[in-house]
Design a protein around this ligand. Structure first.
Ligand code: BTN
Length: 251
């Protein structure tokens, strides 16, 4: 159904996927381990055995202004799949992370070839922490990251999870290609824990305290800051941290 190319170990599934020519949409490169896994903004992504580390090739041929939505629908697919296959209650953290109990369980990085205004090809890199314990991560990450094994208490089948994520991704991506943006944004809002929250946003140059008002139709973040309202795209924000207020803690 989906073309899946499997490796034991690679530097990064991006590196392999990028070199594939004339592949059909949804072709997926997956590896048991990555030696040089890449995260957003040049960060390292640790990829031990027991995780789901893969890159899926898409040909959106959509306008670059919908980029945020492409990223969000990938997080939505993971969140929905985890919800269906485990008892967990995942939350999307804009623009492309999935959290469980306030700790990151999955991340997404998309690398795209853009021609003028058009996204020709997107390599959707997805990392899900599945069947490994937190001992496999450095101490400084153990209170920030989590795995399905830690949260669910038992391992789950990685192949089944991969297929379920791809099926869900296809469902939302096909809606996206038809321009049904509003349907996707509504689901993202339900599945996220950031709208209506005070947050700290880390941009490349500064830290901004803001209140998240809403998402626009393309999935960009509408925030209130001192002095007005702003709209931010995923490339503007390196990290989003929720600020716990006494109000949000008691609700
Ligand atoms: C992030 O949250 O910073 C994004 C992490 C993306 C990790 C995945 S794992 C599979 C694919 N290959 C990589 O080198 N990175 C992505």
């Amino acid at each position: 159904m989906f073309k899946i190319i499997r490796y034991e170990v690679v530097d990064s599934t991006f590196k392999v996927a990028r070199n594939l020519q004339n592949t059909e949409e949804y072709t997926t490169v997956i590896a048991k381990r990555q030696l040089k896994g890449r995260g957003r903004f040049g960060r390292e992504w640790l990829s031990p055995i027991g995780g789901l580390w893969f890159t899926t090739i898409l040909y959106p041929r959509t306008s670059i202004c919908t980029y945020s939505l492409l990223s969000l629908l990938s997080s939505l697919s993971i969140s929905k799949t985890l919800e269906k296959n485990t008892m967990l209650k995942p939350k999307i953290r804009w623009p492309n992370d999935v959290y469980v109990n306030d700790r990151k369980i999955a991340g997404i990085l998309i690398e795209s070839d853009v021609n003028g205004d058009i996204i020709e090809r997107s390599l959707v890199g997805i990392g899900v922490n599945v069947n490994f314990s937190l001992d496999h991560l450095p101490i400084e990450l153990r209170d920030k990251a989590t795995t399905i094994l830690e949260e669910f208490g038992k391992p789950i089948d990685e192949d089944t999870l991969l297929i379920e994520i791809l099926l869900t991704l296809r469902e939302y991506y096909e809606k996206y290609k038809k321009g049904l943006y509003n349907e996707i944004v509504i689901e993202i809002k339900k599945e996220g824990d950031f709208i209506g929250n005070h947050v700290i946003l880390y941009t490349h140059s500064k830290k901004i305290k803001a209140f998240i008002r809403d998402l626009d139709i393309y999935g960009n973040l509408i925030i209130d800051v001192e002095g007005g309202t702003m709209t931010l795209t995923p490339k503007d924000v390196e990290k989003l941290e929720l600020v716990k207020t006494s109000e949000s803690e008691s609700s």
